[in-house]
Design a protein around this ligand. Structure first.
Ligand SMILES: [Zn+2]
Ligand SMILES: [Zn+2]
Length: 395
């Protein structure tokens, strides 16, 4: 290759890109250029892909290492001279393994589902080098919310029981650093290799080290308070921010608020399942709210002003005279916000007119006088055509 391209340019990212951006960019490049993907290409295409893959791998090996990245940022290629890229003289490695190693271990996408009883392991590659990173279990719990809380979002206190680092040994499992030793069986790798003769010849398989359970370390002289697990069960109340607009059945992931992993490692997540409490006045459908109001027959005839108890305060709704029973009024933007932050839903107010059943002397006479007037006779030729059209319909 002639002139070396800038590492950021190679991965198509900005200089300030986050660790995650770098991983994602490399993942994209690997998916596009890894030789595994070019089995059917021409020789020239394969060659180009190989070069592109090497270039991206080198860029990734530098930018994913904070120290090398800092040097590169300051001094350019001169700062990382000799660091070079990964050694591909033995082949390019399996694409799946590359992708798995990329995100395995330290990151957990989409809440994950690892549950190995006591604790989980991040990642899933059986050919990882080095001990596996322990990951604490996730905790699932429900959070009950009123529509008012959902309207603006809120901070909610959640009480959970979880494993946290033992205060006596700071989660190490033993008081003295010197009592933590590299596992002699696996030499700290967390895995042991075994050659197996099979139908396909001799293959090397790796299994979790039986002595250290994959941790790569052995703790002697365990802490008396936690028995060497480095963990302590604690009931704790934490404040969790609930975003506005959430809905029944949604899950909110709070990173790192689950169980701690034994003797260091990564915390699990707290997964909150949203449970919406029923509201006395409003029925919710997505971002819209539905409300029904019964008015008197005189209010319907004369018109009136109603106070609608909207979630963010009373709203004055003016009804013109002659409002029909069953009319629906829409209050734009008075509903719930969308959870993505795009505007707000509406409130739909349905008006029902109540007809009195028992009237006494003078009241009855007044209505009887009214009944004689042509003004109260239904007349399709005048107005409310839509209403009279319903007359000819079945239910
Ligand atoms: Zn071991
Ligand atoms: Zn302890």
């Amino acid at each position: 290759m002639a002139e070396k391209r800038d590492y950021y340019e190679v991965l198509g990212i900005q200089k300030g890109a986050s660790e995650d951006d770098i991983k994602q960019a490399y993942r994209k490049a690997a998916l596009k250029w890894h030789p595994d993907r070019w089995v059917s290409g021409t020789d020239a295409e394969k060659k180009t892909a190989e070069e592109k893959f090497k270039e991206a791998s080198e860029a990734y090996s530098v930018l994913s290492d904070p120290q090398k990245r800092a040097k590169y940022d300051q001094f350019g290629f001169a700062g990382v001279d000799g660091a070079g890229g990964p050694d591909f003289s033995q082949g390019f490695g399996n694409l799946n393994d590359i992708l798995e190693n990329l995100f395995g271990g330290h990151f957990n996408f989409g809440g994950g589902g690892f549950d190995f009883g006591g604790f989980g392991f991040g990642g899933g590659s059986s050919r990882q080098s080095g001990p596996r990173t322990m990951r604490g279990r996730d905790i699932r719990t429900r959070v009950k919310l009123t529509l008012e809380e959902i309207l603006n979002g809120c901070d909610k206190e959640v009480t959970i029981e979880r494993n946290r680092p033992c205060p006596e040994c700071n989660g190490r499992g033993t008081k003295n650093e010197s009592d933590i030793k590299t596992c002699p069986t696996c030499k700290g790798a967390g895995q042991v290799g075994q050659t197996v003769n099979s139908l396909f010849g001799r293959t090397l398989t790796y299994t979790t080290c039986p002595q250290c359970n994959g941790e790569g370390r052995i703790v002697s002289n365990p802490c008396r308070r936690c028995g060497g697990t480095g963990l302590e069960r604690r009931k704790e109340t934490i404040k969790v921010h609930i975003p506005a607009g959430v809905e029944n059945g949604m899950q909110i992931t709070v990173r790192g608020e689950g169980h701690s992993a034994p003797r260091g490692g990564v915390n699990g997540d707290l997964l909150l399942l949203v449970e919406e409490l029923p509201h006395s006045q409003f029925k919710r459908e997505g971002e819209n709210l539905f409300y029904t109001r019964v008015i008197s027959v005189t209010d319907a005839i004369l018109g009136c002003e109603l106070t609608i108890p909207c979630l963010d305060g009373p709203y004055k709704l003016k009804l013109e005279s002659g409002v029909q029973s069953g009319t629906v009024q829409r209050l734009r933007g008075k509903g719930l916000p969308s959870v993505n932050g795009y505007g707000r839903g509406d409130v739909y107010v349905k008006i029902l007119v109540w007809i009195p059943r028992k009237l006494k002397g003078a009241e009855k006479e007044a209505v009887e006088r009214l009944a004689a007037s042509s003004a109260v006779k239904p007349d399709p030729s005048r107005e409310d055509r839509a209403l009279f059209e319903k007359e000819s319909q079945y239910f």
